[in-house]
Write a protein that binds this ligand. Structure first.
Ligand SMILES: Nc1ncnc2c1ncn2[C@@H]1O[C@H](COP(=O)(O)OP(=O)(O)O)[C@@H](O)[C@H]1O
Ligand SMILES: [Mg+2]
Length: 479
């Protein structure tokens, strides 16, 4: 586990001078009169760290604060950082809950959770007993489960808990219909705090595979900059954005064969890694080696990775898209959007001025999508429909969603739930649907698990084998 007590206190003073501090008084004033606030502040303002840290000392907040972070690695890292700023261990006043792991105690007042956890918490206790504030961080990322969490929280506030405070935060509000969804909300803006980043466009030559070229670019960058950056400089680390763990391990292998282990520390960073491996990618190196972090887009927002002064962006991401013709979701290699490229390059200017190399041309940049499409427009909606039914809604139009889904995708999701016997012909949850929801996995897998259990009970002696086979299969498929 990251030894935060050694590193973090150095930053406590820095947190006191962040732009968000000028907004704390207006924010308190806004919450004294309104239950909803929308906050727009560019990256580095202190939204994810300094703001919830300050709230812990507001006497008017006596209940718990829940803060939603879209990614597990960010939830854990932000919780560790805020806890260390209060000179505590995580799990005391500041804790986190992500799928399969939690560090909270009876004293926890600020709980950082990921999206699935938030929707389950609301579904299990719609009165949200003891919770006084929900903060939606990175609301512009528009993950399906964040949209759902916000819809459920708004409904709880409107029907059961008019004292519940909701804060929606974003680095950019452009294109977000938040004002329509929360017409009573006060909107506040602040400056960000980041440093200039020099952008260099280096398109991949036509004869070369982009990953080979990327490997060469990393070698060029570290050798060209090794003369100009001080070995002990705090901002000499390199962050490389790649689409997925396959490309990460190939590049890791390529670099390991060519760079000295004594001079370079190569750290992969993606969602499925263990907490300790993620921590070592995020923490500063203490042995003078230069760090090269090979990351997926988990490093695109929320995280502050120690010492990054250089970013190399492949321009790719791996994304799931649902095909309504086949009913199948496929992971594919996609070009990122301009908004994503800006976020990625901004990582080089988080702690000081930096450099970003983009593996595409400036002309191509102009042709990239301006912003990512929200997940609700392209995802499989079966789990969402299942959540909707558990909530007692019979159509997505009953929920306060930022964007409606494509109607064909919604219809397919309800049809599948009906075929699985999880909802009736009016989309009302059945007892089978309820039992499946409580298992916490995708409805298809939950159906298999419940089916194996009941079938096993009918065939004597087979119950244990069928049940464990189904558990094994769903574990592999959900991993
Ligand atoms: N884990 C961390 N390690 C070191 N500094 C951090 C860390 N997290 C945040 N900071 C400091 O706090 C500043 C604000 O970060 P953050 O609250 O994440 O901003 P925002 O959410 O508005 O983008 C960063 O620029 C950095 O100086
Ligand atoms: Mg943030």
């Amino acid at each position: 586990m990251l030894n935060c007590r050694i590193i973090y206190p150095l930053y406590i003073c820095a947190l006191n001078h962040l732009p968000i501090h000028s907004l704390l008084a207006p924010l308190r004033a806004a919450f004294s009169r309104h239950a909803q606030v929308i906050l727009e502040a560019p990256t580095g303002a202190g939204k994810s760290t300094a703001l919830p840290l300050a709230m812990l000392d507001w006497p008017e907040i006596s209940g718990r604060i829940l803060m939603l972070e879209p990614r597990r690695v960010a939830a854990r890292s932000v919780a560790h950082y805020i806890a260390s700023c209060r000179q505590q261990k995580v799990g005391q006043e500041v804790g986190y809950r992500v799928r399969g792991e939690s560090k909270i105690s009876a004293n926890t007042r600020l709980e950082i959770v990921t999206e699935g956890i938030l929707t389950r918490m609301i579904q299990q206790d719609p009165e949200l007993t003891g919770i006084e504030m929900i903060i939606f961080d990175e609301i512009h990322e528009r993950h399906l489960t964040t949209d759902l969490g916000l819809a459920l929280a708004l409904e709880v506030q409107a029907s059961l808990r008019d004292d519940l405070k909701i804060l929606a935060m974003s680095a950019t509000l452009s294109g977000l219909a938040l004002g329509e969804l929360m017409p009573e909300a006060v909107t506040l803006h602040s400056e960000g705090r980041s440093f200039p980043v020099e952008i260099e466009y280096r398109p991949v030559p036509t004869q070369q595979h982009w990953l080979d070229y990327l490997g060469r670019c990393v070698l060029d960058l570290v050798s060209a900059s090794s003369a100009s950056v001080d070995k002990m400089a705090t901002n000499n680390a390199v962050l490389v954005f790649l689409p997925g763990k396959g490309e990460i391990s190939r590049l890791q292998q390529f670099l390991r064969e060519r760079l000295s282990h004594d001079a370079f520390l190569i750290c992969p960073l993606y969602g499925e890694l263990s907490g300790a491996e993620q921590d070592s990618a995020i923490a500063a190196t203490t042995d003078g080696r230069r760090k090269i972090v090979l990351a997926t887009n988990v490093a695109e927002s929320s995280l502050t990775i120690e010492g990054i002064g250089f970013v190399i962006d492949s321009g790719y991401k791996r994304q799931a898209s649902f095909n309504p013709k086949t009913g199948v979701t496929r992971l594919g290699l996609k070009r990122i959007s301009q908004a994503s490229a800006t976020q990625r390059s901004g990582r080089a200017g988080r702690l000081s001025a930096g450099v970003c190399v983009r593996l595409w041309s400036q002309e191509e940049h102009g042709r990239m999508l301006r912003a990512d499409e929200p997940e609700i427009s392209q995802a499989d909606l079966v789990s969402m429909a299942h959540n909707c039914a558990y909530w007692g809604a019979k159509s997505f139009s009953d929920l306060m969603l930022l964007t409606p889904p494509p109607s064909v995708n919604e219809a397919l999701a309800w049809q599948l739930l009906q075929r699985l016997g999880m909802v009736d012909s009016h989309n009302k949850l059945t007892s089978h649907g309820k039992a499946a929801y409580e298992l916490g996995c995708h409805p298809r897998l939950a159906h298999m698990l419940l089916g194996a259990k009941s079938l096993g009970a009918k065939i004597s002696g087979q119950a244990a084998q069928l049940g464990s086979l189904a558990c094994l299969l769903s574990g592999i498929l959900e991993a």
